[in-house]
Structure formats: structure tokens, C-alpha cells
Design a protein around this ligand. Sequence first.
Ligand SMILES: [Zn+2]
Length: 329
Amino acid sequence: MRENLERLKQRIPLLEYLQRHYWRGHRVGAGPEFAGLCPLHEDTHPSFYVNTRKNLFYCHGCGRGGDLIRFVELSCHLTFRESVTYLQEELAPTAQLLAHTAAFYQLELHRYPEGVQYLAERGVHDARLIEELGIGYARGGNLRPHLQALGYSLERLLEAGLMGPQGLDTFCHRVIFPCRQQDHIVNLYGRSIGNAFPHRLLPRSKGGLFAWESVRQFRALILVEGLFDLAMLWQAGFRNTTCAIGTHLTPAQLAQLRENLDRCVYIAFDQDQNQAGQNAANDLLQYLHQAGLNVRLLELPAGHDPNSYFTAGATAQDFAHLLEEAASR
Ligand SMILES: [Zn+2]
């Protein structure tokens, strides 16, 4: 185990990893040290030092330091074991396989009308947003020849969960949203447009909160259950919306919300007839509240989620009003 970890760290030098994740550091003098802004806290003066000979980092601002695995633990809010898996994944081309798959589905969206039709029915029509989110369409039955032509074996597709043991595509007649973490795809979410069970993810971690890199800067965040809720709110101008893909948050997602305790989180889960969404929202409210965050529950009309609220005719102004109401309660 110890030997494997050493090999892993040698194969991904810390400086290389940081640079790949957009860290800009400059060499200090003629030695093995680089300095730059700390990616772990809000930094205005370069206080983050990397020693390329020792393969270690130290920040004089927040006092944290260690090796590559420690850096991943801190920056991605993962446990030690999860960080190792995450780094092994970086070496293995699964992320690349998912990127190829998502790109294929994205092209397919424009080949068959049913995907775009479904998006329109759900109120998502902004072509630029569809492109930005990388939304695609899986017709089913045609992914394997495409990926095999790119050099992927059937075993790799089975292993990644893109195909089932019966040789059928996992995603069939589904609108696809790629889930990104940092700059690579960690999972794919498929929404059935037919009679199949509505929600499907690949059998792997759903990653952190959706589009976290683009929303973490906001002081007020809107948290929704589904990606159609998110797409709708982004389209209406609420770019501070993120999504847990479901009502259950993983430890990594909870840690992301707790990153900044000045944050206000507006929970906008479904107002289900059976109270499932409300109960989940209440549990989450308690948890985040105890963690020291300012949390508000949004009250949508009965039976609605943010997506259906807008398709039923609500405007951005109506939604902003609900936010104000929640803030004043
Ligand atoms: Zn720091």
C-alpha cells in the first residue's frame, strides 16, 4: 500500500497537478520552490509554497501543508481513501471515456428531434445554455460502435457502467447531463423521456455539487434537487443555483456548502404530495443550521418544483419574490 502511494505521487508530481488545475506559481530564486496564491483560502498575497524536490506544499496564510494526497483531501473535501481513488482515476482514462461519451451524446441531441422536443416541453430552450451545460441525448444502441472506433474495448464500457451485462446501453431514450468536477466529467445523469424510471446515474460517485466551480463564489446559493430545476433557474438568470442530484447530500457536497460559513443557502426542493421533498429539506436545514450556515426554505406552491413552477407560467420576478419571502421569514 505504502509503495503504491509513493508510486502514485511520483506519477503525478504535485506542481504538475496544481498547474493542471490552473494554479499559477512562480519560481522562488534558483531553488526548487514555487510560490503563488493559495487555492485553499482567499489569498491576496502569494503565501502558498510548493517544493518540487520534496513534492510538498505549505501555505503561510492558512498554515496547511502536506503532499499531493493531502492537497486533494483539502481542495476536494475528500477522505484519504477517496483522494487516492480520485488520483488513481486521474491516471486511468475513465474521465476521458466519459468525456468522449458526453461529446457523442451532445452531437446526437441535434441528430434526433425527440431530445430537443423533450427539453422544450420542460421549458429549457436557450440553445447557448444547452451547449454550456453540455446537454446531450442518448438514443440508445449506437454508443458502442462509436467508442470502439475510438479504441475503447467492450470491457472498458462495461467497467464504466455505460453498458449493462446484457450488452444494452445504460442510457436509452434519455436526455443526458454531464456532471463535472474540477475540469473533468465524473458521472453522467440521464433523464428518461419515455416510460423508464426517470432518473439514472452511472454506478459511480455523483461527485460534488453540480457546477460547483462556477457557483462557489456566490454569497447566496440556491440548492435544488434536479438538473431540470437547475437548467430552468440558470435560464431565468439565477446563476447562483446548484444541484445535489437528489435530496440526499454526500459528505463531500455538505463540506462544499460549509466551506464558507457566511453563505446563505436557499433550499428549493420539490413540494411533494407525500412530503418527501419537504422532509428532506427540513433535515438538511437542521444539519446546515447546526453547522453554522444561514439556511432558508423556499415555499413553492403545492405540488411544484422550480422547473414546473416556471413551466406553469411563473416569471423570474415571481421566483425572486419567493426568495425574498424566504429571507424575511
Ligand atoms: Zn492557504
